[in-house]
Design a protein around this ligand. Structure first.
Ligand SMILES: Cc1cc2nc3c(=O)[nH]c(=O)nc-3n(C[C@H](O)[C@H](O)[C@H](O)COP(=O)(O)OP(=O)(O)OC[C@H]3O[C@@H](n4cnc5c(N)ncnc54)[C@H](O)[C@@H]3O)c2cc1C
Length: 367
């Protein structure tokens, strides 16, 4: 058993850290969060440095690395800034489905597009009537007509809508399938396909530089070539995506927790109360120690889950445990960070309140 990163992995971590130190500023994060705008310039720069799609194969514009390296990128970016980091690491959301189940043409077209800084991906599973319960008969239907598929329906709470270049969309293709999830299929629908409309959902609690929106499909016609993986196996492909993606979400949760701890520790070393630095007050020191302990436990689980994926050992329970623990830890640590900063913790200028709001989503999306 070895609990160390390789030299190359440490180099990747150092490179991401350097990029964030140079490019991420709290002012930019606050401004984009206020305007609810995606950090396009940062995305293109991160692509040039190979951070987006680092785990895609090299022939499709990726870095040829694995999930451990993807977790390192997510952790470092979200530690440096929860808002900017989250937006960037979600730039390639859903692409794992194409990477594992897509055709050669789909991989060449879409993976290189996202990793090359030319457009964001989106995966549209959730509908107004169901998020967790995707096994039910979906309201978004794709019906075969005249040698094509005609899609009608609405997807909601979709990351990167309305600015994504394409939407990987889960549709009910066999209305009589029993159970219904055996009749679902994934299609890649490009944003400019006639009949597709996307709009932004505003005023989110957090991650406000990562757009979230609604996508509606009105007689959207797509050919067979847009199917990802197998017909009527979309539910299974989506579950496989979630098992991998949850590890990345868990890594970004750990990063947010670390960023909040960094800020709380810095403040506690500077602020004085009752003639001593806050950090010298035992009750505060205990809080900081507990925050660090929780983060370390979550971090170990996250990297174990990422390592297992890289070994080809898809373990849904391990991915889910990593995400559940890391999400909870992120929220708890941010809560304590706000408390340690006292009144200033509640004020935007000190950023921990933003980390707190950004942390909560890690307990909600992707189940
Ligand atoms: C910012 C943001 C970004 C998102 N991005 C995407 C995206 O890119 N693509 C996408 O498809 N979706 C996305 N979602 C949707 C997200 O994945 C769903 O909101 C989530 O899966 C929960 O589904 P729901 O909201 O329908 O809640 P519901 O499924 O209605 O659940 C409501 C509550 O009941 C609980 N619950 C549900 N089932 C059970 C059960 N069997 N036992 C016990 N408790 C249960 C849930 O945990 C939750 O607490 C996003 C959501 C947000 C807020």
């Amino acid at each position: 058993m070895r609990f160390t990163f390789t030299e190359e992995q440490e180099d990747i971590r150092a490179a991401v850290r350097e990029f964030c130190q140079k490019e991420f500023t709290p002012e930019l994060a606050r401004e984009l969060a206020r305007r609810e705008e995606f950090p396009w310039e940062l995305y293109r720069k991160a692509c040039q440095l190979g951070f987006i799609g680092i785990h895609f194969p090299e022939e499709y514009g990726g870095g040829g690395y694995g999930y451990v390296e993807a977790a390192i990128v997510a952790e470092e970016m979200c530690r440096a800034d929860s808002t900017l980091g989250t937006a960037l690491i979600l730039a390639d959301i859903g692409c794992d489905v194409i990477m594992h189940f897509g055709t050669e043409e789909q991989k060449e077209r879409y993976l290189s597009l996202v990793a090359g800084g030319r457009g964001l991906s989106a995966i549209a599973l959730t509908e107004p009537a169901r998020g967790s319960d995707l096994a039910a008969c979906l309201d978004t239907r794709a019906i075969r007509e005249g040698g094509e598929w005609v899609i009608n329906g609405v997807k909601t709470l979709i990351t990167n809508a309305p600015v994504a270049a394409f939407y990987i969309t889960l549709c009910q293709t066999d209305l009589s399938a029993e159970p219904p999830y055996r009749g679902q299929t994934l299609f890649i629908v490009e944003a400019d396909t006639p009949g597709l409309e996307a709009s932004q959902i505003k005023d989110k609690m957090g991650i406000r530089a990562s757009p979230t929106g609604e996508v509606s499909y009105s007689d959207v016609r797509v050919p067979d070539e847009t199917i990802v993986g197998q017909l009527n196996r979309g539910f299974y492909h989506a579950l496989a995506f979630l098992d991998e993606s949850r590890v990345e979400i868990a890594a970004h949760a750990v990063g947010i927790a670390e960023g909040a701890l960094d800020r709380a520790l810095k403040y506690a070393r500077e602020r004085e109360a009752f003639g001593r630095k806050l950090v010298q007050l035992q009750a505060i020191a205990h809080k900081l120690a507990e925050m660090a302990t929780k983060i370390e436990a979550a971090r170990l689980l996250v990297y174990k889950a990422a390592w297992a994926l890289d070994q080809g050992k898809l373990d849904p329970a391990l991915s889910s445990m990593a995400k559940t623990l890391a999400g909870r830890v992120a929220v708890e640590v941010c809560d304590e960070a706000v408390q340690i900063l006292g009144g200033y913790g509640y004020i935007g200028d000190y950023d921990v309140e933003r980390y707190y709001r950004d942390a909560k989503i890690t307990e909600i999306y992707e189940g």
